[in-house]
Design a protein around this ligand. Structure first.
Ligand code: PLP
Length: 480
């Protein structure tokens, strides 16, 4: 496919910039370009076709099944976009006076209340722009709390070995040391190992429950008690709340703070690196440390911003990605209380259905009822046939399925992690099951074909290390 620069023809440019309406300012010569900016010159038709062509080469939830585990790739309802594009939301400025943006403040306040209820927390900030950013903010809350009590010895954050990779990374970013605890044979936290790991140096624990194996840890109350008795706090990674929303609350499991990914559970797009939202909720005793500002409501019903007393400052400009919050509020309100509960039931049902259809054909290392996702191991298959998790994942691309998450969590070798989400029909799950069964048979019959897969995609097997380390993000002109 030709790039825009390669399609460019002199003097074919469109004039998209309207004439300047304000007085022109002249700059000092030293600030001016020596040569005109090299922009591709292309007609509107060709430009439109170019982007359409690019769009056809991507795979999104609107193209087909997307069981990317731990990512909750659910359908993003169009009504969310419609509400978020109302001019009353898009045409406001964060520096406007409070009294002129009461509706926007009400959105933040109401979403906070709904999410506090769903998580069992008392207050919340919408500043963090993603899940990992939320983790970092939550850890700063824990840090501030210990500092405020002059308890400066608490430098360790305990993280189970099944944790999402962002957890230890965020802990290090927030200035803590990471202590790993191993899982028990059932895939939960090993309580004896946890007891050995805690002490006067324990700042807290980071946990996701259900964990990245898709398993709900039945010892959760004991786990949070062990941490609290050692003087630490408990952080809940709530990126995927899909299995428990409306049913179990992190606050009731003993957690002190939590982040959510609105761009997973609450139906807003992941955005390909675009805007996300990772709000952080906390129990009342931590709320004075939250980032500033927080929306409050007066008795007369008006909303205002407040700087929490011992605030950590700001972790991002203004109030976070506001329009993402609008979408999440639309999502929650259009589902309603019953809809939220039904969504989590269906997410769990769909994952268990697919798991049961596949477990006769692939190894299931933790053969238990799963929550929103499950993990297969292809270690034995690879040993017997040479076909790896990567080969099966690449093979699924030829059938229009986005591969499951590969090689994660690390404690399962040759892992494939499936998360169908609640928005898939039984027919889609059946079709996907048939495709993965077919790929399993192909592993015995024609492993070489799978080693070469995908056969029908633009790009087959890129050198992923080079692509990540030396990405080519800029067009090179011939004369450069
Ligand atoms: C996705 C995810 C995160 C990180 O969220 P980002 O928005 O990608 O930063 C953290 N923890 C878990 C369990 C996740 O699934």
């Amino acid at each position: 496919m030709k790039l825009l620069f390669e399609r460019s023809k002199t003097d074919r440019a469109m004039n998209l910039i309207p004439p300047c309406e304000v007085e022109c300012v002249s700059f000092d010569d030293s600030l001016l370009r020596k040569e005109p900016l090299r922009l591709p010159e292309i007609s509107e038709t060709d430009l439109s076709r170019h982007y359409k062509e690019l769009a056809k080469q991507t795979h999104g939830v609107n193209d087909g099944f997307y069981p990317l585990g731990s990512c909750t790739m659910k359908y993003n309802p169009k009504i969310d976009e419609e509400i978020a594009s109302l001019s009353g939301f898009t045409g406001i400025h964060p520096l406007q006076p409070e009294e002129s943006v009461q509706g926007a403040l009400e959105v933040l306040y109401e979403t906070k209340q709904l999410l506090d209820e769903i998580t069992g927390m008392d207050d919340m900030t919408f500043q963090p722009a993603a899940g990992a950013h939320g983790e970092y903010t939550g850890l700063l809350l824990i840090r501030k709390y210990h500092q405020s009590r002059n308890d400066t010895e608490r430098v360790n954050i305990i993280v189970p070995d099944s944790a999402h990779g962002t957890n230890p990374a965020s802990a290090v970013m927030a200035g803590f040391k990471v202590i790993n605890v191993p899982s028990n044979p059932q895939g939960g936290v090993d309580l004896d190992e946890l007891r050995k790991a805690v002490g006067p140096d324990t700042a807290g624990l980071m946990l996701t429950n259900p964990n990245t194996l898709g398993l709900f840890d039945p010892n959760i109350l004991e786990i949070t008690k062990i941490i609290h008795e050692a003087g630490g706090l408990c952080y809940y990674d709530g990126a995927n709340l899909n299995a428990i929303m409306g049913r179990v609350r992190p606050g009731d499991m003993g957690f002190d703070c939590v982040h959510l990914n609105l761009h997973k559970t609450f139906g807003t797009p992941h955005g390909g690196g675009g805007p996300g939202s990772g709000p952080v909720g906390c129990k009342a005793f931590l709320k004075d440390f939250l980032p500033s500002p927080i929306v409050m409501k007066k008795e007369d019903g008006t909303y205002f911003f407040k700087t929490p007393e011992k605030t950590m400052g700001q972790v991002r400009s203004f109030y976070g990605n506001f329009l993402v919050v609008v979408k999440a509020l639309t999502y929650i309100k259009s589902l309603g209380r019953e809809g939220i509960i039904e969504a989590s039931s269906n997410a769990v049902l769909n994952a268990n259905y697919l798991m049961n259809r596949l477990k006769e054909y692939y190894d299931l290392p933790y053969d238990e009822i799963c929550m929103h996702e499950f993990v297969l191991s292809l270690e034995k298959l690879k040993h017997e046939t040479g076909v790896s998790a990567m080969d099966i994942a690449k093979g699924s691309l030829d059938y229009g399925i986005h591969p499951p998450t590969m090689y994660f969590p690390l404690i399962v070798h040759e892992a494939l992690m499936f998360e169908p989400t609640e928005t898939e029909s039984r027919e889609t799950l059946d079709e996907a099951a048939e495709i993965f069964i077919k790929l399993r048979k192909m592993a015995d019959e024609d492993p070489e074909y799978l080693h070469q897969a995908p056969h029908n995609c633009m790009i087959g097997r890129p050198d992923e290390v080079t692509a990540a380390r030396k990405p080519v993000l800029r067009y090179s002109f011939e004369n450069e």
